[in-house]
Design a protein around this ligand. Structure first.
Ligand SMILES: Cc1ncc(COP(=O)(O)O)c(C=O)c1O
Length: 441
């Protein structure tokens, strides 16, 4: 019989050390990532050589939790909370996720209504449906954001929240919206996907309503490829959003703790941000104010250089100083002139686009949201529509937001780049003036 003393009884350990092993993610993965940056070939070769010469390289731990190193995602959350000025901030993998987590944190579910604008990316309202609630679609005004009067008219006994979307960089009418919400006891979820870093009345967007939802997908103001953030001053909503974002109330902060308060434990999904996106987001958040200053400067130069034309107006801004400045929106007299002017501007090289053309499908306009207008459901239970008597469901139709369709069919949107030089701005304004002079004078 082997008489060796067991380690548990003070004997020598059978295993002193395993390994060393290379970390799971190392040189090969780093080289793939670097391949996405377009280094000059001679520099790429030098970088590759340096990386490959590294012995025992300790690679990153790309999961935000259990990370032996300080988490980039946690640092990005802190930076975002500081930027937006909220107590709490949760990183997620998209704004779509941020919206669902917010609706869920607020306890919104079957039979509840959420008021959304008819002009927004479809995700704002699709997520209401995926949270099993009913989107009530209302009109916008010349701000191209939700119209507060239309909100008031749409409120019913089932309404739980209003979702103002700060479209194309510009703040919605947050003073009027907050007044309505307060009067009616409703939550306000700001969809800041398109206006990260913007503000209203000196307060950052995403800090005015009950919750703010941000997108960091590649087409947004501040980006990490994919990604999103939830911001709030409400600790309970943060706790519930955090639970929803990691499937089973994992981090409160004790992963396996029993419920300390009714409503803390439930089953959620997985919206975690990875450390790769966290690292990119962190660097971007640090640069946000510089980029926004660039957007605003370029937009101002272009706008001021555009001549006055009869029948041409700019989008009404609720707070010009708070506009993130990512685009300039002009309304022309009618849809046909707009289409022709847009084509002519594009031919001149102006970075302009249209929004709504009844022949071009685009999920930024409610007109094409058949998923909602036709009350589609993912399952035979027909939720969310089956939770409410048919006669009490909102009446959806393609012409229910006439102001949105009129304004959007007459809108030309000029994209702004924060790097535009004075010469670029002058050239763009010149291209716009040239076309409008030829067509409208
Ligand atoms: C207004 C608005 N809300 C939500 C989203 C969804 O963002 P994400 O792509 O991060 O899910 C977008 C994206 O286009 C958007 O424009």
């Amino acid at each position: 019989m082997n008489e060796e003393k067991l380690a548990i009884e003070g004997g020598a350990r059978a295993i002193c050390e395993l390994g060393p092993f290379p970390t799971k993610i190392g040189v090969d993965e780093l080289l793939e990532i670097l391949d996405m940056w377009e280094f000059r070939p001679e520099n790429a070769a030098k970088i590759k050589q340096i990386i490959e010469s590294e012995n025992n390289l300790k690679g990153p731990h790309l999961f935000r939790y259990y990370n032996p190193k300080p988490s980039k995602v946690a640092a990005a959350e802190k930076a975002m909370a500081d930027l937006v000025s909220t107590e709490y901030c949760l990183a997620v993998n998209s704004c779509t996720s941020a919206l669902v987590a917010s609706y869920r944190a607020l306890g919104i579910g079957a039979g509840d209504e959420v008021i959304v604008p008819g002009y927004t990316f479809f995700a704002t309202s699709a997520t209401v449906v995926s949270a099993n609630a009913i989107p009530v679609i209302v009109d916008v005004d010349e701000t191209l954001c939700i119209n507060p009067e239309a909100i008031e008219k749409a409120i019913t006994k089932r309404t739980k929240a209003i979702v103002p979307v700060h479209m194309r960089g510009a703040p919605a009418q947050m003073d009027a919206i907050m007044d309505i919400a307060e009067k009616k006891g409703l939550a306000v979820i700001e969809d800041v996907a398109q206006a990260g870093g913007g503000s209203f009345g000196g307060r950052r967007l995403g800090s005015i309503g009950t919750i703010g939802c941000f997108s960091f997908d590649y087409y947004k103001v501040i980006v990490s490829g994919e990604g999103g953030f939830v911001t709030t001053d409400d600790e309970w909503l943060y706790t519930r959003a955090q639970s929803w974002h990691d499937c089973a109330a994992c981090w409160r902060p004790d992963r396996y703790a029993r419920e300390q308060k009714e409503g803390e434990l439930f089953c959620g999904e997985n919206y975690r941000m990875s450390e790769l996106e966290g690292a990119v987001a962190l660097a971007q958040i640090r640069k946000a104010d510089g980029m926004i200053a660039g957007y605003r400067r370029a937009k101002k130069m272009i706008k001021e250089a555009i001549e006055k034309f009869d029948g041409v107006s700019f989008r009404r801004l609720t707070d010009e100083a708070g506009d993130a400045g990512i685009c300039l929106v002009m309304f022309l007299p009618d849809a046909d002139t707009t289409r022709r002017a847009l084509e002519a501007m594009q031919a001149e090289g102006v970075p302009a686009g249209g929004v709504y053309d009844s022949k071009v499908r685009d999920w930024h306009v409610y007109y094409y949201w058949e998923h909602i207008l036709d009350k589609k459901s993912v399952a035979p239970d027909r939720l969310p529509w089956s939770a409410v008597p048919e006669s009490e469901l909102p009446k959806y139709s393609q012409d229910m937001c006439p102001r949105a369709l009129d304004l959007l069919s007459r809108a030309i949107i000029v994209d702004i780049n924060y790097n535009y030089s004075d010469r670029d701005c002058a050239a763009i304004a010149n291209g716009i003036n040239k076309v409008l002079r030829a067509m409208l004078r």
